[in-house]
Design a protein. Structure first.
Length: 46
């Protein structure tokens, strides 16, 4: 039988929010540095 435990959501919600913030942070850094070229004229995304 399955058991509904509200503690599961209390633990899961901050982890989900933290993972979404980390995803946005990485995506914005990738977008920023994909526009920056180095001395060989290639971007960080190459």
């Amino acid at each position: 039988m399955f058991f509904f435990d509200p503690l599961y959501f209390i633990i899961l919600a901050p982890a989900f929010i933290l993972s979404m913030i980390a995803q946005i942070w990485v995506k914005s850094a990738y977008t920023k540095y994909s526009q920056v070229f180095n001395s060989r004229r290639i971007s960080g995304a190459a």
